[in-house]
Ligand binder design. Structure first.
Ligand SMILES: [Zn+2]
Length: 301
């Protein structure tokens, strides 16, 4: 049973829009690609979890605060007596381990992902203890990408490598037993204390003037150039989308980029750029948002 689904991280949503509408500097661009890849890996892991047989409570993408220390968990699987904690990595290519240090094939040291796993595991144990629950906690580092390889990996690490995933999930399916009472209470509690807003989200500094206006094609990500009364057709990929849905997507992007700016017909008219008249914008806004104020101070929430 899925108790908490995964949602796209705010930072990823923001960087994805900025990547199309602005020039991210190399560091931000690399952070963006890293987040996009990580999220893709987590979604792939979710697909495997979805096929798991038996009785389980699943919570994905969690952020907790335990004694003023914030930590994040990619996935939790709760059974009657055991909680499985997963950290998912979408690493690609060859890596090697030397003592406690991890390196890329080219010899560049990377953060040891097992340390991150150990930290989350220990904080999570403390958290459920503080909540008054007793469970076994089993933490695993999951490598989801089939072209990942780790040289010199010792035998006893809590790692599931790509060729082991199917077997691991088969074993879990066999371990499943009916759940009742306590796991439901814990899952409910965990979903309730999950921190909704990431404190890590870093906002690059940009201004409205710097950002490219227009409506972005939902399918290929390029800017739309045409203006039609009902349907917008992308000249690059041919994707068709209703005007209202395209405007609504653009409003959401505007709100993510400028959360403190008011949404008005004029603002969105300027933002969408390609619409010849304001009518479609006014109709979309009034049909999907609540209008506050009148005249010049009117805006939508
Ligand atoms: Zn397109």
């Amino acid at each position: 049973m899925l108790i908490k689904p995964r949602t796209e991280p705010e930072e990823l949503l923001l960087l994805r829009i900025l990547n199309t509408r602005w020039n991210l500097d190399p560091k931000e661009a690399s952070n963006y690609l890293h987040l996009e890849k990580g999220y893709l890996g987590e979604k792939q892991f979710d697909l495997l979890l979805k096929d798991l047989k038996g009785d389980w409570l699943m919570l994905n993408d969690l952020l907790f605060d335990c004694s003023n220390t914030v930590f994040q968990i990619d996935s939790l699987l709760i059974s009657q007596g055991t909680i499985y904690l997963f950290e998912v990595k979408n690493y690609e290519g060859d890596f090697y381990v030397e003592k406690d240090n991890w390196y890329t094939a080219a010899g560049n040291e990377i953060k040891n992902p097992l340390l991150q796993l150990k930290r989350s595991e220990s904080l999570f144990r403390r958290l459920i203890h503080e909540l008054g629950f007793t469970f076994n906690v089993e933490a695993h580092l999951i490598f989801i990408n089939p072209v990942f390889f780790l040289y010199q990996a010792p035998l006893n690490l809590p790692i599931i490598f790509p060729p082991q995933l199917t077997r691991f999930f088969d074993q879990l399916s066999r371990k499943s037993a009916e759940i009742f009472g306590k796991p439901f209470k814990l899952a409910e509690k965990l979903a309730a204390i999950h921190i909704k807003k990431s404190q890590y989200a870093k906002r690059p500094s940009y201004t409205y003037q710097q950002i490219q206006k227009g409506i972005i094609c939902k399918s290929c990500g390029l800017f739309l150039t045409n203006d039609d009364i009902k349907i917008l057709t992308c000249k690059s990929c041919g994707h068709k989308e209703g005007v209202s849905s395209a405007i609504l997507r653009s409003v959401k992007e505007f709100q993510i980029l400028f959360p403190s700016e008011k949404v008005t017909t004029n603002v969105i008219y300027d933002w969408c750029r390609i619409m010849k008249s304001k009518k479609a914008i006014r109709n979309t806004l009034s049909g999907n948002f609540k209008k506050v104020g009148v005249g010049r101070s009117a805006h939508y929430i």
